[in-house]
Design a protein around this ligand. Structure first.
Ligand SMILES: NC(=O)C1=CN([C@@H]2O[C@H](COP(=O)(O)OP(=O)(O)OC[C@H]3O[C@@H](n4cnc5c(N)ncnc54)[C@H](O)[C@@H]3O)[C@@H](O)[C@H]2O)C=CC1
Ligand SMILES: C[C@H](CCCC(C)(C)O)[C@H]1CC[C@H]2[C@@H]3[C@H](O)CC4=CC(=O)CC[C@]4(C)[C@H]3CC[C@]12C
Length: 369
């Protein structure tokens, strides 16, 4: 990546490259990174769609592996110029144990950092989350906040705890000497709730609506705003950050960036209706149909049932005390830090993002009208 080697082809590694975000990062790199010579896609579960990418001009190497296994990570990282670490266990529903979440998100990230240090890879972009900041357990609103907005970040749930610790590890590793003696340069990107093609929870809401005869029932007041960002823009931000890390190492190294775009500020449910509405669903109620205390009770009941049934069956509904608290607490970002530090502008307008997502929901659910 030095001046004398402008034409040098680079090796990128994307961990979690077959996930919702990871697939978009992989495709974005292939479309928008002209210096890409080889793209390594590392995931526990490889997607069949990778095969079609292997016929293009860039060498695409699919690596089935587990980030919790240090030797597998080190083998994948060896010889890579840049690592984009998106692999993670995204679980706020109690499907996995706290230990497993920690193992994948924290130990997995530690393994990636150590592999960079041991093998001489200098540039690491980490997919963090808004959840490392909040919403906190006290339900304090974070209204149009930026990376410097003071906020009492208090974590109890295993997922935000693990993301916060992993992010800290990544930022703390900035400046460590890698093999060969040069410094590691790291940064962390913090998406808010990501939406777009491949968003499984959106599909779950659609199916839930169908089961209820095409109706969804408002549970959260429309005044509670929830930050959302389109997956294509999050992917683009990763690609740009990775590209600029060397030239702007002093500015970007050790920094965090919220992921943002022109998506409107709305409640979680009203935002989802931007896509589910055109697919035939209706949201009933200008105000929540159930009193909040009843939702709290139902969420607690779900948590109790999950605990009681665990020896027999996995019961993991969308509503639990944690998801209710997140959905019911305003958390929106307003920042231009990524633009100032590495020239990020959203690649997709809100209209494009909306259209693409609607087309995906329609195709994924066979709901085109
Ligand atoms: N979905 C969202 O709204 C947000 C996600 N994030 C972060 O973005 C990243 C990607 O999330 P999504 O794409 O939504 O999740 P996802 O579950 O679709 O993708 C995660 C990928 O990581 C892989 N993976 C999981 N455990 C692994 C392991 N032990 N070894 C190797 N690969 C493993 C999975 O197979 C999957 O392909 C995660 O780090 C998550 O914390 C951050 C903010 C919001
Ligand atoms: C599933 C929740 C909505 C259910 C509300 C109910 C039961 C009342 O209808 C989702 C509300 C907010 C979501 C989370 C948020 O977008 C932030 C996230 C960031 C991440 O890093 C991972 C995903 C998530 C925790 C996301 C998960 C679903 C919600 C809790």
């Amino acid at each position: 990546m030095a001046d004398s080697a402008q034409a040098q082809k680079l090796v990128y590694l994307v961990t979690g490259g077959c996930g919702f975000l990871g697939e978009h990062v992989v495709r974005m790199l292939l479309q928008r990174e002209p210096r890409l010579g080889e793209l390594r896609v590392f995931d526990r579960h490889l997607g069949p769609w990778l095969e079609e990418l292997k016929t293009g001009p860039v060498r695409v190497t699919a690596i089935q592996g587990d980030v919790t296994q240090a030797h597998e990570v080190a083998a994948a990282v060896a010889g890579a110029h840049v690592v984009i670490h998106t692999a993670g266990l995204v679980d706020v529903f109690g499907r996995a144990s706290p230990e497993t979440i920690h193992e994948v998100n924290v130990q997995g990230t530690r393994n990636v950092i150590e592999a960079c240090v041991q093998t001489g890879t200098r540039f690491l972009v980490y997919t963090s989350s808004m959840e490392v900041v909040g919403p906190n357990t006290k339900g304090h609103p974070f209204y149009r906040g930026n990376e410097d907005t003071p906020y009492e970040a208090v974590h109890r749930h295993p997922y935000p705890c693990s993301k916060a610790l992993a992010e800290w590890l990544v930022l703390e590793a900035n400046g460590r000497k890698v093999r060969g003696g040069l410094p590691l340069v790291t940064c962390a990107l913090r998406p808010t709730g990501i939406y777009g093609e491949g968003h499984q929870i959106m599909r779950d809401f659609y199916r839930q609506g169908l089961r209820l005869g095409g109706w969804l029932f408002r549970a959260i007041p429309a005044s509670v705003e929830h930050g959302r960002v389109y997956v294509g823009n999050v992917a683009w931000m990763h690609v740009l950050a990775a590209r600029e890390l060397e030239q702007r190492a002093a500015l970007m190294g050790g920094q965090v960036y919220f992921c943002y775009d022109g998506s409107p500020y709305k409640s979680y449910e009203d935002f989802n209706m931007e896509f589910l509405g055109p697919c035939g669903l209706r949201l009933v109620g200008a105000r929540p149909l159930l009193p909040y205390w009843l939702l709290v009770f139902l969420a607690a009941l779900n948590a109790l049932l999950q605990w009681l049934l665990r020896p027999l069956v996995l019961y993991a509904p969308l509503l639990n005390p944690y998801t209710l608290a997140v959905a019911n607490t305003t958390f929106t970002v307003s920042t231009d830090k990524a633009q100032r530090h590495f020239g990020y502008e959203p690649m997709f307008s809100w209209e494009d993002s909306r259209t693409r997502t609607i087309l995906w929901v329609q195709a994924a659910t066979g709901s085109a009208q």
